[in-house]
Design a protein around this ligand. Structure first.
Ligand SMILES: Nc1ncnc2c1ncn2[C@@H]1O[C@H](COP(=O)(O)OP(=O)(O)O)[C@@H](O)[C@H]1O
Ligand SMILES: [Mg+2]
Length: 259
């Protein structure tokens, strides 16, 4: 059975009259490494937010980890890791990096219980994997953008999720950090956890079969298996087609005005 099963879903933002995601179907099985690409505002972030139950699905059927998204979203969010796009801490956030990573355990722990040995071990392991052990006591708000991204990745690793979703998680990281972390996610996928990663740069993808999803205008334009090396050209082709289309429409609109 698929871990993620979306059948003909539509989603719209609160107050938005138009569906952002339209008639979208997607299946993701255990241990798949899914790369989600496509032009700006194609609906990539909205897709992740739908899978996490953060946006209401107005039509269609959706189950994730066997839970129905329309009725069990709160329960589901405890099982899904989600590194959100462009998230930065306020400089005065009163938590250390280690505390932020420990918060990844709260879904299991409950807010008022003391961390057990298992919790502390999971936090140490996650900080080690993200390469931020030496930052444990540093105030999160004083960390660089790249360090904060690593801390949020560690937070979600410490959660020991059943699905890991990442929305452009590497925007502040250099090539070697990107390549290294993708190996970490490859290992996670090997243990059965599907990875869903929205990305614009595709260097350093692990050398395993990639489940590529290319989105355009709230729909899936391509849903295929390919090698890591093929990802970039397939996504680029779709983005170029959209750019060409947008430019032509702009030129035509301009021509209308001058007539
Ligand atoms: N909070 C929101 N409320 C209303 N519309 C939104 C909101 N967030 C995104 N959108 C719209 O949804 C569409 C898809 O956005 P998004 O999923 O962020 O695209 P991507 O991540 O592919 O760049 C865009 O047209 C965007 O304007
Ligand atoms: Mg986005």
């Amino acid at each position: 059975m698929s871990v993620i099963n979306l059948e003909g879903i539509y989603t719209a933002y609160e107050g938005g009259e138009k569906a952002v995601i339209r008639d979208l179907s997607l299946r993701v099985g255990r241990g798949e490494y899914v790369v989600i690409g496509g032009p700006n505002s194609a609906g990539k972030t909205t897709l992740l937010e739908s899978i996490n139950g953060l946006i209401k699905i107005t039509h269609g059927k959706a189950t994730v980890c066997g839970l129905d998204l329309s009725t069990q979203a709160d329960e589901l969010r405890k099982k899904v890791g989600y590194v959100i796009q462009n998230f930065y801490f306020d400089p005065f956030t009163p938590f250390s990096v280690e505390q932020v990573v420990m918060m990844g355990r709260f879904g299991r722990l409950g807010l008022l219980n003391r961390p057990t040995k298992d919790d502390r071990q999971a936090v140490q392991k996650a900080m080690h994997l993200a390469g931020i052990e030496d930052l444990a006591q540093k105030a999160i708000g004083t960390c660089s953008g790249g360090q904060q991204q690593k801390a949020m990745i560690a937070h979600n690793l410490a959660k020991e999720p059943e699905v890991m979703m990442l929305d452009e998680p590497f925007s502040n990281l250099d090539f070697s950090a990107r390549e290294y972390l993708q190996e970490v996610f490859k290992e996670l996928a090997r243990t059965g956890v599907p990875i869903l990663m929205v990305a614009h740069a595709f260097d350093g993808l692990p050398d395993i079969p990639i489940h590529l999803v290319v989105m355009n205008r709230g729909r899936i334009a391509h849903d295929m298996s390919c090698s890591a090396g093929e990802v970039e050209s397939i996504v680029r082709k779709e983005c170029n087609a959209v750019d060409k289309d947008r430019t032509e429409r702009r030129i035509n609109a301009g021509a209308d005005h001058t007539e």
